[in-house]
Design a protein around this ligand. Sequence first.
Ligand code: F6P
Length: 539
Amino acid sequence: MALPNINPTTTEAWRKLQAHYNDTKNLHMKELFAQDSDRANKFTIKWDDFYVDFSKNRITEETINHLLQLADEVKLKEAIQCQFSGEKINQTEGRAVLHTALRAPKTSAFYVDGVNVIPEVYLVKQKIERFTNDIVNGNRKGYTGKAFTDIVNIGIGGSDLGPAMVVESLQYYKNHLTTHFVSNVDGDHVNEVIKKLNPETTLFVVVSKTFTTQETLSNANTIKAWFLKSASEAEIAKHFVAVSTNIESVKHFGIAEDNIFPMWDWVGGRFSLWSAVGLTISLAVGYNNFNALLSGANKMDEHFKNEDFKSNIPVILALISVWYNNFFKAESEAVIGYSQYLNQFATYLQQGTMESNGKSVDRNSNPINYETGTLIWGEPGTNSQHAFFQLIHQGTKLIPADFIGFAKSLHGNQDHQDKLISNFLAQTEALLNGKTEDDVVSEGTKSEIIPFKIFKGNKPTNTIFINKLSPESLGKLIAMYEHKIFVQGIVWNIFSYDQFGVELGKQLASKILKEFGESNISNHDSSTLNLLNYYNNLR
Ligand code: F6P
């Protein structure tokens, strides 16, 4: 069974949404709140330790009904079934998409080509658990007999962003091991990390699904050469492990077979932190916490799979985002975590969202004439309030924003927590209501300054309020966005699980790399040629 492939703009719901948009585009949310005292309750989903309030959006009950009809007309239910049942929904690469299997219970069954993958998943999980315990407890030691103190994750894209974001988000739960991440092919990146390391006590985790990625192999080779300045070839086995689908190339690199943590082609790079790609997470916070992250994600999977669409968190968030993207023509969405721990969350989501849904050909191979993937950006609150919030409040662009907050602070400083949460709540209220001319006048503002102090308000936000940041709640949050990405891909009728768009630049870079130091270079546009020659003279 293939994914449905319905052009959303041909649906009845789309036509209704267009007419509805024309009728309601100037409605102010303030009026909607004033008209309906139950609005906040109607547009809030309470699930587990999540409180998701989407009432501060430019929507009415009619909007939600039309959006739900759209979900039905593009056959979202069938698409979800296709995904969970292991159909090859990554059609352009001929692969199933089953990151959900990585966090499913041992008793479940997920089939790829008729084979249940769960036993294999659990074998690898067992290997991760044993290895983690050996490193954390100091049973497994480095080549001079000392316990490990540092872990270096060498990978890029999905082999870096997920683990790096989770390790940072869960640093409260961290053990004594210090973790480092090397991703960029920029040699200064790897050298800055190397500066901090002692080869005797450092474990290197080379993460590359394909084991062909230039950045990762360059960094791994540089680190290996540095390591071999103090240790022998035979000692690589004690200090280097790899996560990959490409076992032969890993062995060729010099990593012992026993030190390879396999993954599968049905796990997309940007959805892979739940697999052995998350080994650094497990090492940093311990296997039990890693497992709790997975079970949180599994709870969200169950919610997504089983909940009625009208109270289904990822479905509702995805549909509201389509409403802004395709009807209001909002170009971007901000994601603001009111927790410093979520510092890398938006960066992580950028790959998940933009690599998945930055497509312009539909599932019928036709060029698309409507908007697809949104731009994602953000920084933690309150820092971002003192950076880019001015533009969200008073700029000309419509920027829907997700506000993510945790009711309990981890270190328990209630004074700070109250201040943080007061800002978290105040910002969405300010974005909703704005500030009228009357308000500005009543503050005694000089008349020539009045226009500058008016806030129109009517700026949409979702509030995702979670009891506490824990491995489990973080797992739910990440899975929530993964499913939102999936739903949007279905609505937009695109393939969300390939990423051909990153190939062209790679190909040209390897061509240009060969041209450094050459005198006879042609076959480039004049701008690139000038730049190439400029660099050739300086290098
Ligand atoms: O950026 C393209 C990409 O293929 C991502 O999808 C992936 O996460 C990243 O490169 C790294 O790939 P690999 O894990 O194979 O090194």
